[in-house]
Design a protein around this ligand. Structure first.
Ligand SMILES: [Zn+2]
Ligand SMILES: [Zn+2]
Length: 177
């Protein structure tokens, strides 16, 4: 196993895409009345859209466990299978919500430098997600993927395919469909 910049950066980008997809699904299809996931994932997301800095009041475990625990379990399973790149993706995915928290606060200079490079999503990058109706820019790990995905209307396209084939439409459009 060799770990180099390409290996690490590709895992970082893959983690951004995977966690972005989970975030997209939670925001667009999640129902706050669902058991367990509704209460522990969908409701906090809705609160976060309404009060973006409220989640900073909790400690690092309170803020991250719902995202980090499943990601670490998946990473451990990949590591046990010897699939190291996928394990690294899982490990990076476990960091995504904390990187997201950094985009809602003042950060140290090294973190700010990485945000300016786009390695980490900056407040400016993430602010585009925090615009009602919260249906774009779902990736919170880097500043690189969202502009690309939005330029090709990636999430809109996936939503259209799911809606037109399965009849399942996103939450805010389902009421009027
Ligand atoms: Zn969101
Ligand atoms: Zn946010």
């Amino acid at each position: 196993m060799t770990i180099d910049l390409t290996y690490t950066l590709s895992a970082w980008l893959a983690a951004d895409l995977v966690t972005g997809a989970v975030h997209w699904w939670e925001d667009r299809y999640g129902d706050p009345s669902w058991p367990i996931v509704g209460r522990h994932v969908v409701q906090p997301n809705i609160l976060h859209h309404r009060e973006p800095r409220a989640f900073l009041a909790g400690n690092i475990v309170e803020r991250n466990w719902t995202a980090a625990a499943p990601a670490l379990l998946v990473a451990a399973a990949f590591a046990a299978a010897g699939w190291w790149w996928l394990a690294l993706v899982g490990l990076f995915a476990a960091c995504a919500n904390e990187v997201h928290a950094w985009s809602h606060q003042r950060c140290s200079r090294p973190v700010r430098a990485l945000q300016l490079l786009g390695v980490l999503a900056s407040a400016e990058d993430h602010a585009r997600h925090h615009r009602s109706p919260f249906r774009s820019d779902f990736c919170v790990l880097t500043g690189w993927l969202n502009p690309l995905l939005e330029s090709i209307r990636f999430w809109r396209g996936v939503e259209y395919v799911i809606g037109s084939t399965l009849g399942i439409w996103p939450r805010d459009e389902r009421a009027t469909a």
